[in-house]
Design a protein around this ligand. Structure first.
Ligand code: PEP
Ligand code: MG
Length: 897
């Protein structure tokens, strides 16, 4: 490992190349060796060799084996031992290691080099026959299962049988003779399954193990994992051959795994598990109960001290939290692996911020290290505390375990990965996958499930690592659960829970509840997230505003850091029950006085709405968009009106008295009137019809009422001492003349109100750009607009000619799945089409009106990839739903860095 030259140390792209060639594990072993940490001597067979082997149809590339032997000779020199030498044998491990870590996905063989002869000399040199025979049987077992595909069960059955016969509970109580006889029986099993003897030639063992690791790259587990984690399939794995060190040589030996910081919370404290007198796999497999690693401070203080110092050096070197494996062999500490540790979103944020405080990384780097998805995680549902309390009071808190991956999950119990996947994917059920423990083969079920629950395993268990990586809520190590796989049920506190029953798990606290708990939106008051977002704010050039229709949304948006309201869809206010009847009356009538009355009735409602928004956004801009959708959206549905009319006509035929006839006739007349108006307003393509600015022009008193409400509200707030900045937005302009006439009519109303009230206000009139023609003629339009806001929902609809309301029901999903379209254009701005129109809009608009304020308020405003495009286009702000404001703050900063 120490031959790697200085130039390839942990810097920039070179490091990436080294990792590509040696795999993450090999590169890090080399790096640890280079910086002087205690690493058992070894070497790495490259990923190139693996790819060449696989390409050649399972044949080593020329010279590879000779090179492997030469490297082995170097290791022999360094250790003073000889591979296969009965006098002083060298033992090695053989492990996979790809460029991107794939925990537990590929294969490992330990103790290579043991055979009948070397066993004897090892016994002599260590004086510990029990340890040597145990090591030997492990080699046969691992070699059998990894290299030759022998199932684990027959081996485990033998051990269980011997334990029973000897009346002991644990492996630790078995003697040298026991292990020797177990080893013999293992070789029988090997012979029975493979029809060949266990290979006693160490070089043969090494060659076969190397091949097995190469082949494991294309094993099913590895392929599934790569698909899920979006890792390329052509990278290949490296093979690390390394001198064995033993953690099972007595009470001054140990083995363990640790994270340099808490992987769940990010707290700066070493966290991990270790076992005295054990070998690596024992810790990870969770077969023996481990001790917390900090207990080493008492049991082996010198090694602990050295270990703590090494974790400090590693964090300083890699400038990241590390996940390490180590072994203490007779008091000497060896580092076996280091890699950047997987962590929860919370831990990611905290670690990034604290590393800035510690001077390990810059604040730019901290901002770049956290992904928008991780910020999103803070906004994921949590259980409603009331629902939780109620469940507790009703005795539905079943048990608690380790809270290894936060978030709330509610689902039906599925006891295996295939069922979890089938229920979730085929039947659309919500599933919590419950297992004694998870293995790499379970990943597809974990991905499909809402959450994961296991009865065994710890913080570093497979279930915990994978759940954390994919952001699935998980609770593991719930010892109180007795899972009976054969009857497909589990028993806890004498309650029987069958497959398909509902449970709720809280990955943030480790609690498991029976039944369905209510979830709620979390509070994002995490102090580390706040600090990270403040750092992000210092780098971003884009403003982040919010789409909010009601005062409560606006308040939340502001708490989350919004710098303004980019879109208030006023028509949403019309749908509230007490208002709808006035809206309908206004639409239905042909009488100017009746319409006036309806509008006069609506005005105070609208004014109150705007007062609420202005108060919430004191000092910040509030863009209020005038009514946009086609009017028939406010009227009753055509089909139900027809049915009602037909019903009343039938009743009329059967009517028994004059009074009833009178009433029904009146109803029928009303229905026919409404129906007539609905028919009048009916359009074949309402999205391309009488809506937006067209509506304002055709029904001038409606938008005039809205503008009056806005300015009366603004005046009242100003008088109360609130700093208001209303911006009136006219939707769906396609020709400059539309904007011109509408703005003139409306600005007249604004001036009137300000004059009546004797108040001066800073206001703007502007338009949405959501029709290609508007973008192309932005120079003309900017002559009459003080601001632009891209309505990319409509702009995408009109640019593609795809109905936004039907898109995801139809061909669009097929298009995306089959790669005809790279992304859903309603989710991520189409760079080559829609974004070009936006670029033209910005450029031409600002040519007429330099410094024109331009933003975006379509759904794309909260999508990180689209935010990067908006940054490139030089927009002033993005506006998105309040819940996406924190994500947008980070994404905008990342776009700028
Ligand atoms: C848009 O079209 O992008 C927009 C924000 O307006 P709406 O979604 O209300 O049509
Ligand atoms: Mg629109």
């Amino acid at each position: 490992f120490d031959e790697l030259d200085q130039a390839s140390s942990y810097v920039g792209g070179k490091w990436d190349n080294v990792r590509g060639l040696l795999g993450g594990k090999g590169a890090n072993l080399a790096e640890m060796t280079r910086i002087g940490l205690p690493v058992p001597p070894g070497f790495t067979v490259t990923t190139e060799a693996c790819n060449a082997y696989l390409d050649a149809g399972m044949a080593f590339p020329e010279d590879m084996w000779q090179q492997e032997l030469a490297a082995l000779a170097e290791v022999e020199k360094k250790t003073g031992k000889k591979f296969g030498d009965p006098g002083n044998p060298l033992l090695v491990s053989c492990r996979s290691g790809a460029k991107f870590s794939m925990p537990g996905m590929m294969d490992t063989v330990l103790n290579i080099g043991l055979n009948e002869e070397t066993v004897q000399s090892m016994i002599k040199s260590t004086g510990d026959a029990r340890f040597v025979y145990d090591s030997y049987r492990r080699l046969i077992q691992m070699f059998g299962s990894v290299v030759m595909g022998v199932p684990d069960e027959p081996f485990e059955e033998v051990i269980t049988e011997v334990r029973k016969k000897r009346r002991v509970k644990s492996d630790a109580e078995l003697t040298a003779e026991d292990w020797m006889s177990i080893g013999e029986r293992f070789r029988d099993i090997f012979r029975r399954y493979n029809r060949i003897d266990f290979p006693t030639d160490p070089l043969e063992q090494l060659r076969l193990a190397t091949e097995a690791v190469f082949k494991s790259w294309n094993g099913k587990r590895a392929i599934d994992y790569r698909n899920a984690a979006k890792i390329a399939h052509d990278l290949g794995t490296a093979v690390n051959i390394q001198t064995m060190v033993f953690g099972n040589m007595g009470n001054d030996s140990a083995t363990g795994v640790a994270m340099t910081r808490n992987a769940t919370t990010g707290e700066k404290r070493i966290e991990g598990d270790y076992l005295i007198n054990a070998q690596g796999e024992d810790v990870v497999a969770g077969i023996r109960a481990t001790d917390p690693v900090e207990k080493m401070a008492q049991t082996m203080p010198a090694s602990w001290e050295q270990f703590v110092e090494i974790t400090r050096i590693l964090e300083k070197h890699y400038r990241n939290m590390q996940d390490v494996e180590f072994t203490v062999e007779r008091g000497k500490l060896w580092m076996l692996q280091t890699r950047d540790g997987k962590r929860t979103a919370q831990a990611s944020v905290r670690i990034a911020v604290e590393m800035v405080d510690e001077g390990l990384i810059s604040s730019e780097e901290a901002v770049m290290r956290v992904t928008p998805e991780q910020v999103d995680f803070f906004l994921h549902p949590q259980f409603n505390p009331h629902s939780k309390k109620a469940a507790g009071a009703e005795g539905r808190l079943l048990a608690s375990g380790l809270n290894v991956s936060p978030g709330a999950a509610v689902g039906m119990v599925a006891f295996d990965a295939d069922l979890a996947e089938a229920w979730a994917k085929k039947e659309g059920k919500k599933v919590v996958m419950v297992r004694p423990e998870t293995k790499p083969d379970d990943v597809h079920g974990m991905l499909a499930a809402e959450g994961i629950l296991t009865s065994r395993g710890g913080r570093t268990s497979h279930a915990a690592l994978v759940a954390r990586q994919f952001g699935k809520p998980a609770v593991v190590g719930v010892a109180a659960l007795e899972i009976d796989m054969s009857q497909r049920l589990m028993i806890v506190k004498e309650q029987v829970i069958e497959e398909g029953d509902w449970i709720s798990i809280d990955g943030s606290t480790g609690e498991v509840f029976l039944g369905r708990l209510d979830t709620m939106v979390p509070d994002i008051s995490d102090p580390w997230l706040k600090r990270l977002l403040v750092m992000a704010d210092s780098f971003r050039r884009l403003g982040v505003w919010a789409n909010a229709d009601y005062p409560d949304d606006a308040k939340r948006a502001r708490e989350y850091g919004a710098g303004g309201i980019g879109l208030c869809r006023t028509e949403h206010m019309f749908f509230q029950s007490e208002r709808l009847s006035f809206v309908q009356k206004m639409i239905m009538t042909n009488q100017p006085t009746e319409r006036r009355e309806a509008l006069d009735a609506l005005l105070p409602f609208q004014r109150e709405d705007f007062i609420g928004l202005f108060r919430a956004m004191h000092g910040l801009p509030v863009i209020i968009r005038l009514i946009d959708p086609p009017l028939h959206e406010f009227l009753p549905n055509y089909e139900s009106l027809m049915t009602g009319l037909a019903d009343n006509k039938i009743r009329l035929l059967r009517a028994a008295n004059l009074h009833e006839i009178d009433e029904l006739l009146r109803k029928i007349e009303d229905d026919e009137h409404v129906l007539g108006r609905v028919q009048d307003l009916h359009e074949a393509n309402p999205m391309l019809g009488l809506r937006g600015v067209r509506l304002g022009i055709m029904m001038p008193d409606l938008t005039q009422m809205q503008v009056r409400a806005i300015f009366e509200a603004a005046c009242q707030c100003t008088k109360e001492g609130i700093d208001v900045h209303p911006e009136v937005m006219i939707p769906l302009t396609s020709h400059v003349n539309e904007l011109k006439v509408q703005r003139e009519a409306l600005e007249e109303v604004a001036r009137q109100v300000l004059e009546e009230q004797g108040v001066v206000i800073d206001y703007k009139f502007g338009t949405m750009i959501e029709i290609p023609r508007a973008a192309l003629t932005a120079d003309e339009i900017a002559g009459h607009a003080q601001f632009f806001s891209f309505g990319t929902n409509d702009l995408t609809q009109t640019t593609f000619g795809i109905s936004r309301d039907d898109a995801e029901k139809g061909f669009l999903i097929d298009y995306i799945q089959s790669g005809i379209l790279p992304d859903n254009p309603f989710e991520t701005i189409d760079r080559n089409g829609v974004a070009q129109l936006m670029a033209i809009g910005v450029e031409r608009g600002r040519k007429t009106r330099p410094g024109l304020e331009v933003g975006i308020c379509g759904e794309h405003g909260g999508d990180p990839k689209s935010i990067a495009i908006c940054h490139e286009l030089g927009l002033n702000y993005v506006s998105c739903s309040p819940f996406r404001v924190p994500i947008a703050r980070l994404a905008a900063a990342q776009a700028a860095l």
